[in-house]
Design a protein around this ligand. Sequence first.
Ligand code: BES
Ligand code: ZN
Length: 444
Amino acid sequence: MRANHLEDYFQFLRFPSISTDDQYTDNVAECAHWLVEKLTAIGLETKLVPTPGHPVVWAKNKHQPGRKTVMIYGHYDVQPPDPLELWDSPPFEPVLKNGYVFARGSTDNKGQILSHILGVQETLEQSGDLPVNLHFVIEGEEEIGSGSLPQFLTENRDALRSDIAVVSDTGMIARGKPTLSYGLRGVTALELKITAARIDLHSGVYGGSVANPITALARLLATMHDADGHVAIEGFYDQVLPLEDWEREAWRKLPIDADKEILQETGAPALFGEKGYSTLERIWGRPTAEINGIGGGYQGMGTKTVIASHAMAKVTFRLVPDQDGAEILRVAHLHLEKHLPPGVTMEITDGHSGPWYRTDPHSKFGEAALRALQTAFKKEPAVIREGGSIPIISEFRKILGVETLLLGLALPDCRAHSPNENFPVENLEAGIRLNKAVLQELAR
Ligand code: BES
Ligand code: ZN
């Protein structure tokens, strides 16, 4: 690894480009500017495109007629690093330990997108040109739902015309094991607020006379699943396509012990999920309902004898083919209204949502990607689906008419979104090789 590559990586990681928090808006912009300078320095024509939210960085080489056009997408925004006290080193002061770089964004997505930039840099240095017409589209709002990107894509649809998109923002099934993902889950969100009394009440004076909103919320949330881990919302599974036999069989044959690894990675005392499916099937091919946050009442030290006025919860659903986010929100609303305990009122606010994605791993471009993975890693690639979401991928299909190759470089224990996020230098190097190989293969 060239020392200046690592220096670039560390500079990129030092920006606290936290898209969700207004306090960091300037840092997000500075990070975008850094990318513009970097992409310009390697010889690409680069623009910083303002949006109503965070800017998009758009770079291209000199396009020539008759060549394939490839769009490489990534994001420079990161998740908040909280809880800070659980980090072994500060999240925005990258450190290299035993071959791994620790920092927020090291894997998701700065390390992965930078490896493509460095790959292009090396190719341009070595041969002065790329084998394809290239677009880099690197956004600053992926972690908050890519709200501004559809408009950018629509406004620049003709200029962005591409044959295929390449994205490294997913995982590898194991260290050194190249992985092509052909599916992602979608996601849709809602928030609910349960209210009883107008104000917090003395629980001795009023306890027994009016409903407790926290109790009501707990009862309500508990109706969302049955004891076997199935989602108990009527109609929730109506649009779900069953897993195909070939998929179940292929996933069973993957050279990993997912159950053991997930127990290790998470520290949970046991696995739990929808009965009748293996762990990988539940994560990659089945929908879920998750309570992401819950609040209400006294949270301070000691005891407070109080009946809170309200309680709230944040809920998201992960979606699989052929579920529709709007339909899932509709049946979720019906379910929550039907099971709302007496004596309280409820307000539901819908949040962002993004569709699932599924493509053909054995298309002409899919096969090219598999050859590139084989070249870069010298190993047979795994072909999988994944549980995470990149909602903008389906907009690439809808707005630009392009399919996406998901060539992830994240390791299972990378701790994306968690404390001590890390990325091995080995994968930065592999990503550079992968970039060169995939542009070669796609050019054919
Ligand atoms: N890189 C992830 C998505 C991902 C993670 C895909 C693991 C496959 C495997 C991305 O940055 C992400 O976290 N996406 C969010 C989307 C949400 C904010 C709409 C997610 O999946 O929660
Ligand atoms: Zn992420």
